[in-house]
Design a protein around this ligand. Structure first.
Ligand code: NAD
Length: 493
């Protein structure tokens, strides 16, 4: 069945995520025929809205996403609103009743998705109340979608997980990592496992290092309050960057089934070398943006942003090295870096292949001391989508001189930035019951265990945090991290 009949209960229906991502995504599923007419969305939040207010807001969100609005009237008729206090038992009873009425009216067989798009401190309470008030005892399936952050360290993640596991089984839980919904992130597996020219080279005999960058131009905007409690390590590395490391490093699964893919990811995650607090500085460095110029605009430093402590030590930049101690990867560093207020917005992976054992070209070419350019495979995730392969060719006319040649393949991404596609795909996967592109608890558990000693080392340190000028690629320490190993960050053009 490719047109699932579903009710979506959306906690946080008046929020930013709902407006910018979820409504446009559900609408796209509708206009592309992936949703049958047998669906409803019950929006839940504190505000005393009614169905019409929600529908007006959904319409506005879709207009702002520049989507075609032909079917919008018909679409909005599937939306209902319930003012809700998440701590009040009666709210859940009213929800259950409303669901039953709407399921009868829309012929939906009791399939229910509970989408948590609200402050994470409520996730546990909501899950437990949904069970206690019998909402999850419908005739169809019941699934819980959880937004990030999933905890802010291992103990808090375990606590949250224990709470939601009281009401939902692991296979009913869909932990969102929206990077896993991105076209080119999913393409990593295709590039690796569907190409005879890459898979045989995908190991420490042929790859020298892998670099993953996710950079932003924006600063902390109006999320200073949240960001102060989080920082780049928790906000980006623990989830998104680590997920990309796993997709790049896992062994080929025997089948493309959820359990097979997940068990390969978990297996390689267990092989990632743990880093103690004492060793943290050898593997990870942090930075914080100072004032600077971006695209001809003066921007303030992090410490002058709204709701940020003027003496804040929160990192807005992280650069780190992960080692995977298994047969395939022993000795190959995986470098990751991410930050705000950097020179450009980009998510990219660079796979650097090892040099040939003998290079006849530099020997002939006296004036050029550099060796030939290493072969690189660049996977562009956003805003451009595509791959570039850098090979060496002969420089025209000159004997014995080589020149790097770029083979470019690019996907035209819709609008470039902020396409709702990742969420669209993930919501649809959840409706179909496919959890492959969601994080399993074992992944979340192990990744916090890896990250916690680093955050502890940083919070205990009295060293001042390295600063970088807004509009650059981070502090000099980030370059040094690779120089130590004889490498450099490849430019992101
Ligand atoms: P938001 O503050 O804009 O919206 C929060 C929503 O929760 C509102 O609808 C509000 O009415 C509702 N709410 C809060 N307290 C409530 C209560 N006691 N009872 C009932 N309703 C209540 O937040 P957001 O930016 O939409 O983020 C929601 C979740 O999604 C968070 O967990 C966030 O970390 C995550 N997230 C957001 C984004 C994003 O781009 N905004 C991206 C990734 C993850």
């Amino acid at each position: 069945n490719h047109n699932p009949k579903t009710s979506i209960v959306l906690f946080g229906a008046t929020g930013d995520l709902a407006k910018r991502k979820l409504y446009p995504s559900i609408y796209n599923l509708y206009i592309t025929g992936k949703l049958s007419e047998q669906f409803v969305v019950i929006g839940i939040a504190r505000r005393p809205w009614d169905d019409q207010t929600l529908r007006d807001n959904v319409r506005k969100a879709i207009e702002e996403a520049h989507l075609p609005t032909d079917n919008i009237e018909q679409f909005c008729n599937h939306f209902f609103y319930l003012p809700f206090d998440v701590t009040d038992t009666k709210s859940y009873q009213r929800l259950n009743q409303r669901l039953q009425e709407l399921e009868t009216e829309f012929h939906i067989p009791g399939n229910r998705i509970y989408y948590m798009a609200m402050a994470p401190e409520f996730f546990g309470t909501i899950a437990i109340q949904l069970k206690n008030e019998g909402v999850t005892q419908s005739d169809g399936w019941n699934r819980l979608v959880i937004e990030k952050p999933f905890g802010h360290d291992l103990p808090s993640a375990q606590k949250l997980n224990n709470e939601i596991r009281e009401a939902f089984t692991e296979d009913q839980i869909y932990r969102i990592d929206h990077y896993l919904g991105k076209e080119m992130v999913q393409n990593i597996e295709v590039i690796r496992f569907a190409n005879a020219i890459f898979e045989p080279l995908w190991n420490n005999r042929h790859i020298s290092n892998i670099q993953i960058t996710s950079s932003e131009v924006l600063g902390v905007e109006d999320r200073g309050g949240y960001y102060e409690t989080s920082g780049a390590l928790r906000d980006m590395v623990q989830n998104h960057l680590l997920q990309m490391v796993l997709l790049l490093s896992m062994d080929p699964p025997i089948r493309l089934a959820t359990d097979e893919v997940r068990s390969e990811k978990i297996k390689v995650l267990r092989a990632v070398r743990s880093i103690s607090s004492e060793e943290a500085d050898d593997y990870f460095i942090r930075g914080q943006y100072d004032a600077g110029t971006i695209q001809d605009h003066q921007v303030p430093g992090y410490r002058s942003e709204k709701n940020v402590n003027p003496e804040s030590k929160t990192e807005t930049f992280v650069s780190g090295k992960l080692m995977i101690d298994n047969h395939r990867w022993a000795g190959v560093p995986f470098y990751v870096r991410t930050g705000k207020r950097m020179a450009q917005k980009s998510t990219k992976i660079v796979v650097q292949f090892k040099d040939l054992p003998l290079n006849v070209y530099t020997q002939k070419n006296e004036k050029q001391d550099s060796s030939i350019h290493p072969n690189l495979l660049v996977i562009h995730i956003q805003p451009d989508e595509g791959i570039t392969l850098i090979l060496n060719g002969k420089k025209i006319g000159l004997l014995g001189e080589t020149i790097p040649v770029k083979l470019d393949y690019s996907h035209t991404s819709v609008d470039g930035v902020n396409t709702p596609e990742a969420y669209e795909r993930l919501i649809y996967d959840c409706m179909l019951g496919d959890a492959t592109n969601f994080a399993h608890w074992d992944e979340v558990n192990l990744s916090w265990a890896l990250i916690d000693p680093i955050s502890e080392a940083w919070s205990d340190s009295n060293k001042d945090i390295a600063k970088y000028e807004a509009g650059t690629m981070g502090p000099i320490e980030s370059e040094r991290l690779l120089e130590k190993d004889g490498f450099k960050w490849w430019p992101l053009e």
